[in-house]
Each structure stands twice: as structure tokens, then as C-alpha cells.
Design a protein around this ligand. Structure first.
Ligand SMILES: [Zn+2]
Length: 201
């Protein structure tokens, strides 16, 4: 199943091979561009079905996700489960002081919040979804936002886990694809050593 997922993601151009400079400053031979998938409704529907099918026995009552790609996933997984789909987003920059609006660290109360009048019923069984799991920071904030609103997070489902299964949310977890995602310090990068041209992402 995960090989099928990988070939689907490669077909739409969501997984690229090359030599990429990551946001972290490290170099990698792989890059995931989730919007090459999310712009394709049939393929997105297919992968969301795997998440929905996995968690359907858990009596999910609500699906929640962080922006931006997560909005599409929340909608589609919720549609397939026949429940509501909501999303959490960061506070708009205008409401933050200028010195904190840029690169404000997550976990300082500047994180993802439920806005737009989204309500969570007490104890509502909530599945948290996202596209690509990289650090888990935004998913953790959505879990906390759902708890703070009175809901009960019951699981986390993602399209691609870039952390090789190493991220623990303390909840049942499902990913359509687990990627072993090599990332090299530039000084030790074998692609640099072979002088492969570097793509800035
Ligand atoms: Zn390199």
C-alpha cells in the first residue's frame, strides 16, 4: 500500500528526486511538494480515503487540521466520514506586535487556534489530520487547541510522515506513506561531493 502511495505521489510530482536545500539548511536528495498532490482532487480523495478508512471504526465525530494544506485534507476526510471538518490557523500578523510577528516561535502562544466560530462539543471525538509530518509542531498545536475547546483528540492521520515514524503524539497514528528522508549537513553531503547542482526550495 505504501509503495502504491509513493508511486502515486511521484506520478503527480509531489515527491521529487534531486539535491535540495531544505528550510533547515540541510541538504536532501528528496523533496515533497504537497500541493502537486492537493491540486489533484481524484488522487487527494484516494489518499484521504485511506486515512478515513483507518479511523472509521473509532467513531470519529469531527476532523481538524492546521492550515494550509490541512484545510483540504480536513474537508475531504470529513466528507468521507460524514462528519464536520474544521481547521486551526495562526493569529493574523496584524494582531501581533511587530517584533513577534516574524519567526515567532511555536509554543509561545502564537500557534494554531480555532477561529471563525468553529466549535467543538464537549468530548467530541476528533481526528487530527495533516499533509506532511515534518516536526509535528503544528499537529501538536491543533491537538492542544481541540483539547482546550473541550474536544477529545482520538488519533492523528497524515499523508506523508517524513520523520520515519519517530514522532509520538501519544495518540493512535496513521500515515499513508512513511519516508526515510535523508538530510545531510552540507559539509557531509554526498550530492555536494558529486557536485550535483543544488535546488533551493
Ligand atoms: Zn548537498
Amino acid at each position: 500500500m505504501s509503495q502504491e502511495t509513493e508511486s502515486l505521489l511521484r506520478q503527480v510530482g509531489a515527491i521529487l528526486d534531486g539535491h535540495f536545500l531544505l528550510a533547515s539548511g540541510r541538504h536532501s536528495p528528496l523533496y515533497v511538494e504537497k500541493f502537486r498532490l492537493l491540486e489533484q482532487p481524484p488522487q487527494t480523495e484516494e489518499l484521504c480515503r485511506r486515512i478515513a478508512d483507518h479511523f472509521r471504526p473509532q467513531s470519529v465525530q469531527l476532523v481538524a487540521a492546521p492550515t494550509t494544506g490541512g484545510i483540504i485534507l480536513s474537508y475531504e476526510v470529513a466528507r468521507q466520514l460524514g462528519v464536520r471538518g474544521i481547521f486551526a490557523e495562526k493569529e493574523p500578523a496584524l494582531s501581533r506586535s511587530p517584533e513577534r510577528s516574524e519567526g515567532a516561535a511555536k509554543g509561545e502562544g502564537e500557534g494554531f487556534r480555532l477561529r471563525r466560530g468553529f466549535r467543538v462539543a464537549p468530548g467530541e471525538r476528533t481526528l487530527v489530520v495533516d499533509d506532511v509530518l515534518t516536526t509535528g509542531g503544528s499537529i501538536r498545536e491543533v491537538i492542544e487547541a481541540v483539547r482546550a475547546a473541550g474536544g477529545q483528540p482520538i488519533g492523528v492521520g497524515v499523508l506523508v510522515d517524513r520523520t520515519s515514524g519517530r514522532t509520538d503524539f501519544g495518540l493512535p497514528f496513521f500515515s499513508c506513506l512513511t519516508l526515510d528522508f535523508p538530510a545531510y549537513d552540507p559539509a557531509d553531503c554526498p550530492l555536494c561531493a558529486r557536485q550535483v547542482s543544488l535546488t533551493v526550495t
